[in-house]
Design a protein around this ligand. Structure first.
Ligand SMILES: NC(=O)c1ccc[n+]([C@@H]2O[C@H](COP(=O)([O-])OP(=O)(O)OC[C@H]3O[C@@H](n4cnc5c(N)ncnc54)[C@H](O)[C@@H]3O)[C@@H](O)[C@H]2O)c1
Ligand SMILES: O=C(O)C(=O)C[C@@H](O)[C@H](O)[C@H](O)COP(=O)(O)O
Ligand SMILES: [Zn+2]
Length: 361
């Protein structure tokens, strides 16, 4: 079974990625070791993927909380509900939370685990492409605040990641495509070979070919695990994983959480970040348009919504990467390599947010 390790000294953990993991009771017993487990999932995931875990874990699975689905749930009200469930079911420090679902369930459950009794174990069992290639790895946990995305959160690493790629068979097409945005992000910031490979696999990706998709999961997890191992709490290099996100988080928040899917907003945000990279002279038009063409080929939105520039600036000012001296933005130095820039002029920023890709022929 493909297995990677996120190397973080005493917080190191494995990423298991394979088809059929949720049907392997022995594996689940060995990996989910804590004696009392509280599972969190949502209303779309539960009917498909809760039963195998219930079967495998028996009475050790004390309770399953089934939340309404969607980004609008990623808030303090839902978090409080999770604390109530943890209290009601007397989950102590020898217990663990299981996050069965997409990035919303993962971020919420992880943050509940970070807070509960000042830190309780949790495991990520991601069921969306986006969560398998990105959100389940790295220990960023959070809820949204009305004024900004993921503003309330903690770094809290899971004990394991169990990515059963078979769960993607029930994922709606729009959600699958949103996950592809984070795959493209990993390629643009860190792996030119992956970019070339994705360009050569457009048909398979659009057909959701299981082997191609599984390879995306492994390759992205490998990239993300390496970045996180180098800089767990985003003191420096980890910020490259935020490529396109300064713009994406404005789109998600200003349009109302859930209107744009996170991955869709990341795609439109990356189109702007590609243009910014071009403006700074790091890549040429051809490089910019190559990234945008791949997103279009995979039917991702590349046109950010028309928000007035003050809305952009106000929301961006609350980005977690901003410091007293101003915004920090992630740009490409070249295709396949990114860096953090704290010196982007307001003129370049305003021109970037006003720019949109040319219409397709
Ligand atoms: N912590 C991180 O490092 C990180 C990284 C990227 C994104 N995120 C966060 O992740 C969230 C987005 O995650 P997402 O795209 O997984 O969204 P999501 O969790 O909302 O899941 C997408 C939708 O698919 C449904 N679903 C999930 N798995 C399914 C399955 N197997 N079959 C059928 N339906 C299924 C869900 O119910 C939901 O409606 C955002 O809040 C984003 O900020 C976090
Ligand atoms: O893991 C990271 O680091 C990332 O930035 C991954 C992003 O894809 C993800 O959307 C993350 O939640 C954004 O974090 P934030 O710190 O900008 O809220
Ligand atoms: Zn993201």
């Amino acid at each position: 079974m493909p297995r990677l390790i996120v190397e973080l000294a005493d917080r190191s953990y494995p990423i298991h990625a394979d088809r059929g993991l949720l049907n392997d009771s022995d594996f689940l017993h060995q990996t989910l070791q804590q004696p009392r487990l509280l599972l969190v999932t949502d209303e779309n995931v539960a009917p498909h993927w809760l039963a195998p875990l219930q079967r495998a874990l028996g009475e050790r699975l004390v309770h399953a909380v089934v939340l309404p689905a969607g980004e609008a749930q990623k808030n303090l009200v839902t978090l409080e509900r999770l604390f109530d469930e943890l209290a009601r079911h007397r989950i102590g420090r020898d217990g663990a939370l299981l996050a069965l679902g997409g990035g919303v369930v993962g971020d919420l459950t992880g943050f509940a685990a970070a807070c509960w009794q000042r830190g309780t174990a949790f495991h990520q069992i991601p069921t969306t492409l986006l969560a398998q290639v990105d959100a389940s790895v790295g220990g960023k946990t959070a809820v949204n605040h009305p004024s900004g995305k993921n503003l309330i959160g903690a770094f809290h690493q899971p004990r394991s990641v169990i990515a059963d790629t078979a769960t993607l068979s029930t994922l709606p097409d729009r959600e699958f495509r949103a996950g592809l945005a984070e795959v493209i992000k990993h390629a643009l910031i860190a792996d030119l070979e992956l970019l070339v490979w994705l360009e050569s696999r457009v048909r398979e990706l659009n057909d959701r070919d299981p082997e191609t998709v599984a390879e995306c999961v492994i390759r992205c997890c490998r990239i993300k695990a390496a970045v996180v191992a180098e800089d767990e709490t985003e003191q420096g290099r980890r910020a490259i994983l935020n490529f396109g996100h300064t713009f994406a988080h404005v789109i998600e928040g200003a349009c109302g959480y859930g209107e744009w899917l996170h991955g869709e907003a990341v795609a439109a945000g990356m189109a702007l970040a590609l243009e910014l990279s071009r403006r700074l002279g790091n890549i040429n038009e051809e490089g910019r348009d190559r990234g945008i063409a791949l997103m279009r080929d995979l039917q991702l939105p590349v046109n950010a919504p028309a928000l007035d520039h003050q809305t952009w600036l106000d929301w961006m000012a609350r980005d977690k990467k901003a410091t007293a001296s101003g915004l920090r933005l992630i740009v490409l130095d070249r295709l396949g390599h990114a860096s953090v820039r704290g010196d982007v002029s307001e003129a370049d920023l305003l021109a970037t947010i006003a720019w949109r890709p040319a219409a397709e022929d």
